[in-house]
Design a protein around this ligand. Structure first.
Ligand SMILES: C[S@@+](CC[C@H](N)C(=O)[O-])C[C@H]1O[C@@H](n2cnc3c(N)ncnc32)[C@H](O)[C@@H]1O
Length: 288
């Protein structure tokens, strides 16, 4: 097997020279030859897409993201398949595992939590497999920020409150302090900031926001295990949320949502169901 980094470099160099023809030949919803990288959604088996479910049901080997994928989903859809957790396995182990099974004629699927495109590290596996001659593609899923907004019964964009959404993560082992932009998103005011991979650091993150002078009353909601049976919601503000999350004891698997949209506060009716409703539809870009 080619060294994974060399394979990634070769694949990205090739992509820089010529667009992958599959970009034009295939749509995002189509099943394709190769190993699908499937978004399992946030946890509830019902939040897996129809295409994802069909592929998982037909699989002989399911390589999944360990505890982030609800075991109920695995039990429900692929109890009879070989199931392998990717936790603790590097590319050197994962790539030959999937390649050999695929080349041996087995139906292989790679199951990521939420959507593979968000903090999924899917593309490096796909590039390494493609370099080995194994085609791959993505089947999108429901990212956990969307499950959290559904739980909170709000929208991440909300007229008059939040015009933008930031999917972000806090500084730590893999992100340098200067690349942590949470404070800048909060500073913008009309951004809903969704923090992935930050459950263990809610207190420190809020302290940094307070030190930087952000409004301590800014709403924050923390949704633990959105869509799982033990889902929990903790609400507060930049000033109070750290202590509340610490006393609940959550250190992983929660979505931190900062901004007025988290509390669905102060929004205005939109143009869509107001004046725009009577405009000529052909010259307006209607919101969904
Ligand atoms: C490695 S990232 C994967 C994100 C995933 N690809 C997605 O689209 O949701 C893991 C982080 O996603 C968030 N997360 C994943 N599942 C969640 C859930 N059911 N509820 C809340 N947050 C979740 C947590 O912040 C967790 O630390």
């Amino acid at each position: 097997m080619t060294d994974p980094q060399e394979a990634i470099d070769a694949e990205t160099d090739a992509a820089g020279v010529e667009r992958d023809p599959r970009v034009d030949q295939r749509t995002a919803g189509e099943t394709q030859p190769g190993i699908p990288f499937i978004g399992a959604g946030p946890g509830d088996p019902g939040l897996l897409t129809v295409t994802g479910k069909e592929l998982v049901e037909a699989a002989d080997l399911v390589v999944h993201a360990g505890s982030l994928v609800n075991s109920e989903l695995l039990d429900t859809y692929c109890d009879d398949a070989e199931q392998v957790s990717s936790i603790g396995k590097d590319l050197e182990e994962l790539v030959p595992l999937m390649r050999d099974a695929y080349e041996g004629g087995r139906d292989v699927v790679r199951l990521h939590s939420g959507d593979p495109a968000i903090y999924g590290a899917a593309v490096e596996q796909m590039d390494a497999l493609e370099h080995e001659g194994v085609p791959t593609y993505i089947v999108p899923g429901v990212t956990s920020a969307f499950a959290a907004s559904a739980t909170l019964r709000t929208q991440l964009t909300l007229n008059g409150v939040a015009n933008h959404v930031a999917f972000t993560r806090p500084q730590g082992k893999t992100l340098d302090a200067e690349d942590d932009h949470i404070g800048e998103f909060v500073e913008m005011g009309d951004v809903t900031t969704c923090i992935y991979l930050g459950t263990h650091a809610v207190d420190e993150t809020m302290d940094r926001l307070l030190e930087a002078g952000h409004d301590p009353e800014t709403p924050v909601a923390v949704v633990y295990h959105a869509s799982w049976p033990d889902e929990d919601v903790i609400e507060g503000t930049i000033e109070t949320i750290g202590e509340r999350v610490a006393s609940a004891g959550y250190r992983a698997s929660a979505m931190v949502v900062i901004g007025d949209a988290a509390r669905k506060a102060g929004y205005e009716r939109s143009y869509l169901y107001d004046g725009w409703a009577n405009r000529d539809a052909t010259d307006s870009e209607a919101d969904d």
